[in-house]
Design a protein around this ligand. Sequence first.
Ligand SMILES: NC(=O)C[C@H](N)C(=O)O
Length: 279
Amino acid sequence: MLPVIVVHGGAGHIPRERSEKSMSGVCYAARAGYSLLQGGASSMDAVVEAVIQMENDPHFNAGRGSVLNVKGDVEMDALVMDGKTLASGAVSAVRNIANPVQLARLVMDKTSHACLTAEGASKFARAVGIPEVSQESLITEYARMRWTKNLAPDANPVESQMGKMGTVGAVAVDREGNIACATSTGGMLNKMEGRVGDTPCIGSGGYADNQTGAVSTTGHGEAIMKVTLARLILFHMEQGQTVEAASDVGLAYMKSRVGGLGGVVTVDPQGGWGARFNS
Ligand SMILES: NC(=O)C[C@H](N)C(=O)O
């Protein structure tokens, strides 16, 4: 079958001066993943490659460019899931690495666990030879500026969170019909130290199942977790809804039930795809 990849760079408000760079960043990532798929690579290889490209791009809230926590530090979450075996790997609250999605994949491939967190994740990264990078190298001037602005007494927390939804993710179906998802984020601006969002939690930040499809989510993590948004959308697809309808129903439920805003990219096993948001 013809392979498909769909990527997202978050569903928040993008300031006009950053929109061109965000657009070219997602296009570049989609092309990088798609050229692997065209060469016969697996959907897992493709989604990881696409997400690495966006983690390396400072215009997104993932890897370099991540938002800062309350202490002004970067702590990142990432997830991968393989729809053939339902294997998954994740890292949460991890520091000092450039590509958390790569580490999430190694958790899946090289451990018997589904998620490693904080210092344990860093130790694992060292053990498998992932180079350590300085916190400074992950922090952009823009992230620092938003953090400082958010500390001001007249800051508008709703406005500043909406600007911070540039989590990245991808879903893909390869030539063999295997499906995968990957999601990576710096989380929410000003989050508490150690806060873990939806992104590394299977069913919330993403889900992939060859029998139904795959979803990668972005938005307010605490709301996404309340409704397990990715799995909820796949449930509606199992009930016969199209990719787009199921995505809209899931997002609408999150909004009406818990007031949550966000966005998703979704694929089905036939290569049908959707990119929907309510933010
Ligand atoms: N930008 C985002 O999508 C944030 C992410 N979902 C989180 O809550 O950590």
